[in-house]
Design a protein around this ligand. Structure first.
Ligand code: ZN
Length: 555
């Protein structure tokens, strides 16, 4: 059985021995990126010299005018002396003032990048602070959460329902910050002022609520752990709250739910999935990474997003992805896709965060795979296997999973389904589920609360599995070709090799030959194996491997 469709050109190349024109020409070269992409996506000299340690973001949300105003107090450690500092904020919002100590600072602007001239001498090792004031009408999200900004909506009772979402487009779409993923504050305070008939829910824990006496309230939410910029969020609505406690690996974890008044009954039913989900994820990935900040599910006026410790939810209180099974296997309807997927990101996205968005597969590939492991934990290996094979239908293989570095460029959308399949294939390669589980848990320990590169993750897995996986990762992350097990039976021998691969590709693969299972160790050179049979040979590759096979002599 062939686990996937082989592209015709691949078949052609295999048969006629030509090589496929590789992807290089097909994809954007760096020259297609703009100066703004570089300012946003690289660690510029004006970013490199300081390490953000704390943000206090304070925002007043004026719902009537779809406007915001506020400030961000930034604490940073000086790594090397420098007098110019870059802060990002996207139009039409504008920075109106920057102060450091007594000084009102001057700045120049280049698109979304503001270059602030510091007057006090910056000395290595010092922790300094500055406050950036800003205001305006933020961009409205066109297709949240993918095309982010503010969503100004209303609930079924006509009350305002407002939220931010900004992955990809960047947190600087609504607040001024160092808008690059490599640097996270160690903690953050988020203060949101809104009408007192509503409530704001942001990340972390609610410290206190201020009542200035003008018909508004200010909710102060404190995040005691490092947080990625894109995870910071505002949700304002007529929320009701309920909660429960989970006895997890690190003790008691608070689970808090904020949902629209009209949806409370549905939410109380649907969110029963949270505890069993925590069982599955803690088993495979280790303790939930933010016990101190708690776990929240917060209803939002869009599908959902992995906002750290305040996962947003808009899946309509139904199983599947808006009621659909993305795998076509039936298993996708056994769970609420948004609860499971977005919470999986607490481990892969919020705990382990890409240091460049080009490596976004580390977020989406592992989180896609978390859906599979959730099924594995509750419904068994067959369920997880059918699910992961089902989602292959969505893989395009038209560009690599890894994007272009330093220009804020994401790789192919295949990072989800192909990423999940890559990891499921690796589980077969490991052929040892306790070692595989140790590897997944080990990643979350080794890179606890850190920003990382794909290479670091790849090297960690190679070390854990005791195998050089460089060609494997190059094949699935940096190339678009699917390995083909090429084989032929001749004179009682099976000849076999990997074709359509990068140099050195050498993962083992399980095959069944006339009913007997064999673990082959193919390389890109032809090997052979003595086999015996009275009749014709039939070989099938274990469909859990995301590879193809081709009988060089047969049909
Ligand atoms: Zn995701």
């Amino acid at each position: 059985m062939k686990p996937l469709k082989i592209f015709l050109p691949l078949l052609f190349a295999m048969i006629f021995g030509t090589s496929i024109p590789l992807q290089a020409q097909l994809f954007d070269s760096e020259s297609d990126f703009t100066r703004q992409d570089t300012l946003r996506g690289s660690i510029t000299p004006e970013r490199a010299w300081w390490d953000v340690t704390y943000y206090h973001l304070s925002v007043k949300v004026d719902i009537a005018d779809s406007a915001i105003s506020g400030s961000n107090l930034i604490h940073y450690k000086v790594l090397e002396p420098h007098q110019k500092l870059q802060i990002d904020l996207q139009e039409p919002l504008e920075i109106t003032k920057v102060i450091q100590g007594e000084n009102d600072l001057t700045y120049t602007r280049e698109g979304s990048a503001y270059f602030i001239e510091l007057q006090d001498r910056q000395l290595s090792g010092e922790i300094n602070e500055l406050r950036v004031f800003y205001e305006g009408n933020p961009q409205v999200a066109v297709r949240p959460p993918w095309d982010g900004g503010f969503t100004w909506a209303h609930d079924g009772n006509g009350k305002p329902f407002v939220a931010t979402s900004n992955q990809g487009i960047g947190a600087s779409i609504w607040w001024p910050n160092k808008d690059h993923p490599y640097d996270e504050p160690d903690s953050m305070l988020i203060s949101v002022n809104a009408p007192d008939t509503l409530m704001d829910v942001s990340n972390g824990r609610l410290l206190n609520v201020g009542e200035p006496g003008d018909g508004t309230k200010t909710w102060h939410w404190f995040v005691s752990n490092p947080i990625n910029n894109y995870g910071v969020n505002i949700n304002i609505g007529d929320y009701v709250h309920f909660g429960e406690e989970y006895e997890g690996e690190k003790g008691v974890l608070t689970l808090d739910y904020y949902v629209l008044r009209e949806n409370e009954a549905k939410a109380r039913e649907q969110f029963k999935q949270v505890k069993p989900m925590m069982d599955a994820f803690e088993y495979w990935f280790g303790p939930y990474p933010f016990y101190e900040d708690g776990y929240k599910l917060v209803e939002a006026p869009y599908l959902g997003m992995e906002h750290q410790s305040s996962v947003t939810y808009g899946n309509g209180y139904q199983n599947g992805y808006l009621g659909r099974d993305l795998s076509g296997s039936g298993w996708g309807l056994k769970f609420d896709f948004i609860i499971i997927h977005e919470t999986g990101h607490e481990w892969f996205a919020n705990n382990i965060t890409y240091s460049d968005v080009a490596d976004m597969w580390v977020h989406e590939g592992f989180t896609n795979y978390s859906e599979n492991l959730y099924l594995d934990y509750h419904f068994g290996e067959q369920a997880s296997s059918e699910y992961v094979r089902g989602i292959r239908a969505g893989i395009q293989n038209s560009s690599p999973l890894i994007g272009t570095y330093n220009v804020n460029n994401e790789g192919s959308g295949d990072m989800y389904n192909k990423g999940g399949n890559l990891l499921h294939t690796l589980r077969q390669v490991a052929d040892n589920d306790s070692l595989w589980r140790e590897t997944l848990r080990g990643l979350n320990q080794e890179f606890y609360h850190q920003t990382v590169s794909s290479k670091q993750v790849e090297e960690f897995i190679s070390t854990k599995l005791g195998r050089d996986l460089e060609p494997f990762f190059d094949q699935y992350l940096r190339d678009i070709r699917i390995p083909i097990l090429e084989y032929a039976f001749r004179d009682g021998r099976l000849m076999y090799r990997w074709g359509n691969t990068v140099q050195g590709f050498n993962i083992p693969v399980d095959v069944t030959i006339n009913g007997d299972v064999h673990r082959l160790q193919p390389t890109t050179s032809m090997k052979n194996l003595q086999v015996e049979s009275d009749g014709p040979f039939i070989l099938t590759v274990d469909p859990d491997y995301y590879v193809a096979s081709f009988n060089l002599l047969g049909k």
